[in-house]
Ligand binder design. Structure first.
Ligand code: ZN
Length: 443
């Protein structure tokens, strides 16, 4: 047990280039953007196959009708085309231009109708007349179109022909999983919903950051094992839990990832427990690296933390976001597009996750090997005779704190919290002291 196993991760973090990693993420989002995803179907599979270029994600297929906890796997939905034509045969709404135009999970339809009847199946946003809303109807069989308010207002009275070339048939629900075996079986669980069609911040930012994080962690030695899941929202998380109840016992820390690409400050939503180690670690990671961040308590509303933190599981799973769901005007509209997500913000979000992982990986308890009086640090070159450099003062303070509190009962996280020093400075002090044999990890 030495800290040296995690050094490469520390080096990745030290040399972090948010804009370079962010540009890669933005490219990946651009490739995934046009795909029409849903809670089931080929769009979901195609998206995971694209992410397989980052890490070998395993696709799991669960048949329609399978009972999962209190739910049942629905029929599989696939769509090829959809449009509304006016009396002159001109396409006035076209799925080929935006997959948001179709009410997600619409049953197939092909018929003519009057405008009044058609309007019962149309959804728009009067307040933001240029944006297409994102709407779904997973559990009630119906059909519909979403369009801008301007498109709606421009529809003259008369006959229309509508076509939704979709299928809703027995098939499968797909989810993706990738696991990294660490030195121990203690698991860090990372989940992101992957069921939204052309929406960037809500969906694609989390999906791509999870894939890149998995790829980066695959290249460094890790103490924990890491399990990543890409699931359709709600039903996918419930399906994973139903099929992996025994595996949940190994989950020590977890995070749901969503809305990580907008330009707003970070938000961390605590676990249902409220005092899990991940809650303290996330707070510590954000403390000095994320100005203006906020930390909010668990509420049973939001993303799949609702399932992971349901009372029968109560897993230590928090949520890392920038601006939370529903708190930005573009949320669940066509304006959650490639311009809303910013390359640097994406790169910073991935960096913040690495920082969180670094703290989880290096949060050891140490024992001072020279606990009677302070060891003579000057003789060992650990205490500068010349003061005045702010950074070195922090380092020296950290050395004193680590020596004092390393009595076998305080972790580095405890020391960082109590000293109010940055975790990375505390960790570096511990590594230095260990190199000088003044500290050893508690067995
Ligand atoms: Zn959403």
């Amino acid at each position: 047990m030495t800290t040296s196993t995690s050094k490469p991760l520390g080096e990745v973090l030290e040399n972090w280039d948010a804009s370079r990693h962010g540009r890669e993420l933005h490219q990946l989002i651009t490739a995934l953007y046009p795909i029409c995803r849903s809670i089931t179907g080929d769009g979901f599979r195609q998206s995971l196959r694209l992410l397989q270029q980052q890490v070998p994600i395993e696709l799991h297929e669960v048949p329609t009708g399978t009972q999962v906890l209190d739910w049942t796997i629905p029929k599989e939905w696939n769509i090829r085309d959809a449009w509304i034509k006016d009396a002159q045969g001109r396409k006035v709404v076209d799925f080929a231009k935006s997959n948001l135009h179709v009410l997600n999970y619409s049953v197939p339809v092909r018929r003519r109708m009057r405008l009044a009847e058609l309007k019962e199946h149309l959804f728009s946003l009067p307040e933001t007349p240029d944006w297409i809303p994102y709407r779904t109807s997973y559990y009630r069989e119906t059909w519909g179109f979403c369009l801008t308010q301007r498109q709606l207002e421009a529809l003259p009275d008369g006959d229309y022909e509508v076509c939704i070339d979709s299928t809703l048939e027995p098939g499968h629900l797909t989810y993706g999983e990738f696991r990294i075996q660490g030195a121990t079986d203690d698991e860090v669980f990372i989940s992101c919903h992957s069921c939204h069609p052309s929406l960037c911040n809500d969906n694609l930012s989390g999906m791509t950051i999870a894939a890149r994080l998995a790829a980066l962690l695959s290249t460094v030695p890790v103490r924990h094992s890491y399990r990543f899941v890409w699931v359709p929202g709600t039903i996918g998380a419930i399906t994973w839990l139903a099929r992996n109840e025994a595996a949940t016992e190994r989950i020590r820390h977890g995070l749901v990832l969503s809305c990580l690409g907008d330009r707003g400050p970070f938000t961390y939503k605590r676990t249902r427990r409220g005092n899990a180690e991940i809650d303290r670690v996330a707070a510590q990671a954000l403390l000095s690296a994320a100005p203006g961040h906020s930390i909010v308590d668990f509420v049973p509303y939001g993303y799949d933390e609702r399932q992971y933190c349901s009372p029968g599981f109560n897993l230590p799973v928090g949520v890392l976001m920038r601006t939370p769901n529903g708190r930005y005007p573009e949320y669940h509209t066509s304006a959650d597009d490639l311009n809303l997500v910013d390359a640097t913000a994406l790169g910073e979000s991935l960096g913040m996750l690495l920082r969180t992982v670094f703290i989880l990986e290096t949060n050891w308890v140490y024992i001072n090997q020279c606990p009677k009086g302070e060891p003579q640090l000057g003789r060992r070159g650990l205490y500068r005779t010349l003061g005045g450099i702010k950074d070195s003062t922090q380092r020296e303070l950290a050395i004193l704190w680590v020596l004092n509190l390393s009595d076998g009962t305080h972790s580095l996280l405890d020391i960082a919290e109590r000293s109010k020093l940055d975790f990375c400075v505390v960790e570096e002090a511990a590594a230095t002291l260990q190199a000088h044999e003044l500290l050893r990890p508690k067995e």
